[in-house]
Design a protein around this ligand. Structure first.
Ligand code: SF4
Ligand code: SF4
Length: 228
């Protein structure tokens, strides 16, 4: 999962950074006795994908409609933009820490690292713009150990499925109209609508339900768009 080409330099927000390997050193002092979570404060909003939204709704017990009331939303190229604000502090932050810790999005699991795509491959990097006040000067752990502790694999797999889905939808020639984004809210983003038209196993894993939702949407979106 961690790509590394020692000769490579990847531009991230205008600054060249090297890709990291699993054996590169990294240790953080996250936790009550260490860093006070600058990553959850004064940051730019985190764009959420529908899998992350479904996990947050499960963990917080909120409906999609209620969740949207506490997030920022917009539209880009016909797709909904659902964003978790972090200014002045993340909506889910409390004095006891993250209120949705077990469902925190991939960006939070990776931080201060980031995942970027460069020439068709994905890389783990440490972007200069990610200000982390708790990086240990003499790390005794590795990037690989950190990513493993953060359980990023499933979130990365679902993010990749989402990226493929977006590319397929874009190939349909979407129009950037409110009705287009409403279709995606209804069919893909809202975990409160059924993930399939027929019967399905409601006890299936969150991942299987998300993948089923994407398969259903691939079939249905073109039909909805033709009538929009
Ligand atoms: S979701 Fe949790 S970990 Fe992520 S920024 Fe908000 S409070 Fe921090
Ligand atoms: S700013 Fe860095 S060290 Fe502090 S809680 Fe966030 S990731 Fe951990």
């Amino acid at each position: 999962m961690v790509n590394r080409d020692k000769a490579l330099s990847i531009p991230v927000a205008g600054v060249e950074v090297p890709p990291l390997s699993g054996s590169d050193p990294l240790a953080l002092s996250c936790g009550p006795a260490g860093c006070d979570s600058t990553c959850c404060k004064n940051g730019s909003p985190i764009v959420l994908n529908p899998y992350e939204i479904s996990m947050i709704c499960r963990e917080s017990g909120q409906s999609y409609e209620d969740l949207l009331d506490s997030l920022e939303s917009g539209r880009a190229k016909g797709f909904p933009l659902v964003m978790l604000p972090r200014f002045p502090v993340c909506h889910f932050w409390s004095d006891d820490g993250c209120r949705i810790y077990h469902a925190r999005p991939l960006a939070c699991r990776l931080f201060p690292l980031g995942r970027v795509f460069f020439h068709g491959s994905s890389y783990i990097v440490l972007p200069k713009i990610n200000v982390c006040t708790g990086i240990e000067p003499l790390p005794d752990k590795t990037v690989g150990a950190y990513l493993s502790a953060q359980n990023v694999d499933t979130y990365i797999e679902m993010a990749d499925q989402w990226i493929d889905f977006v590319a397929d939808m874009e190939s349909l020639g979407l129009t950037d109209k409110p009705v287009t984004s409403v279709i995606f809210h209804m069919l893909v983003y809202s975990p409160d609508t059924p993930p399939a038209t027929g019967s399905f196993d409601s006890n299936a894993s969150a991942e299987d339900l998300f993948l089923l939702r994407l398969r259903t949407a691939r079939d249905q979106v073109p039909r909805f768009l033709s009538g929009a």
